[in-house]
Write a protein that binds this ligand. Structure first.
Ligand code: ADP
Ligand code: MG
Length: 362
């Protein structure tokens, strides 16, 4: 259908939108590359939908600009922006067939009957709904309806596709399957895609880059790996992944949890002073007392409080400095190297230098 060359970059600059005294978009700037899959991720009410609707043309910003392919579109009406949209609710026409729903954007654009038939056929092939073209919407499952909505958004070969939590009505298994299908579809059609979700795992799975939203501002933009591995604020660290923020004190060459100290290499660039260690369960290795750590690890003595079997892994909750609770996740497979301690035992928690990430205290 569409090639990657036809997709366009989006440039949002200093966008502001308020409802009364509520600054919903507080000076948002964001550059999305041509063909990129960009996800807006953030808690409910953080302004994701408002930004998407501003790009689509349904919300008028107070100030700032939006450019698509270098062209200022802030003043263009929605139907002149050439943007495909998939909403949270499917917003399909219940009394039309699948093919009629998908063909609708072409009919209102005055495309000829033959062309409509051909392009609807192609769009339905892409979402694997070809055989259901003549079905009524009422005879479809949730996942199939979502595919119809997708086909309708791509049928007029938009330069940009916007999706607002399109999978939130589906159950977990179907949602995970559709995540991969949408990713694949994006690869096929190449249109620049802006995708909204509040589900961090969905964002990590699908995106080229993620913009993390909080209260109308972008906290951080980066690849899934950058956002996950090197969060730049306590908010991002807590919102993405499973993490506890442990208060630590860092001086050159030393990291302390309460009165327990560990030596760091002087070359390690970390924020100094009072800050928080981003303690993701997978960064910890558990060592039996007396076992020496490998090179390039810091270790802390700890006492095991709870050992919880969770199927694929075992969560070991322990206490450092008699006060700070730390969760470590180890593999549950019997053949793994991981050591699973007993409740009440004394262990050492080890963290590789490269997994030590600190953020400012809130
Ligand atoms: P998100 O999509 O991240 O959940 P929204 O962009 O929908 O967030 O909303 C951001 C904030 O703007 C919320 O506080 C919401 O209540 C408010 N808001 C959104 N639309 C309107 C509106 N039409 N009138 C007044 N307040 C609104
Ligand atoms: Mg929303």
């Amino acid at each position: 259908m569409q090639s990657r060359e036809n997709s366009l970059p989006i440039s949002v600059h200093s966008l502001v939108k308020s409802y009364g005294s509520n600054k919903v978009l507080n000076d948002i700037s964001l550059d999305i590359r041509s063909g990129e899959f960009m996800t807006l991720l953030g808690p409910s009410g953080s302004g994701k939908t408002t930004l998407l609707m501003a790009i689509a043309g349904f919300v008028a910003p107070e100030s700032g600009s939006i450019k698509v392919g270098g062209e200022e579109i802030t003043v263009l009406p929605p139907h002149k922006r050439g943007i495909g949209i998939v909403f949270q609710s499917y917003a399909l026409f219940p009394f039309m067939t699948v093919a009629q729903n998908v063909g609708y954007p072409l009919r209102i654009r005055g495309v000829s009957k033959g062309d409509i038939e051909r392009r609807v056929g192609q769009a339905l092939e892409l979402v694997r709904l070809g055989p259901l073209a003549q079905r009524g919407i009422g005879q479809l499952s949730g996942g199939q309806r979502q595919r119809v909505a997708l086909a309708r958004a791509i049928v007029f070969q938009p330069r940009v596709i916007l999706m607002d939590e399109p999978l939130s009505a589906l159950d977990k298994q179907l949602r995970e399957q559709m995540q991969l299908e949408i990713k694949h579809l994006h690869h096929e059609i190449g249109a620049t895609t802006v995708y909204v979700t509040h589900d961090q795992r969905e964002a990590l799975t699908m995106s080229d880059r993620i913009a993390v939203f909080s209260q109308g501002r972008i906290e951080q933009i980066g690849t899934p790996e950058q956002i996950y591995r090197t969060p730049q604020s306590a908010f991002v660290a807590e919102f993405i992944g499973e993490s506890t923020l442990i208060p630590v004190h860092v001086q050159p060459g030393r990291l302390s949890i309460e009165n327990v100290h560990a030596d760091l290499p002087l070359a390690l660039q970390l924020m100094t002073g009072d800050c928080s260690l981003v303690a993701r369960p997978e960064i910890f290795q558990i060592l039996q007392e007396g076992v020496r750590p490998e090179k390039d690890f810091i270790t802390f003595p700890a006492t095991v409080r709870e050992v919880i079997f969770q199927g694929d892994s075992v969560l070991v909750c322990s206490e450092v400095a008699g006060k700070q609770l730390v969760s470590a996740r180890v593999s549950s497979t019997r053949g793994s190297h991981g050591f699973i301690p007993n409740q009440g035992s004394s262990i050492r928690l080890a963290v590789h230098f490269s997994d030590i990430v600190t953020v400012g205290r809130r």
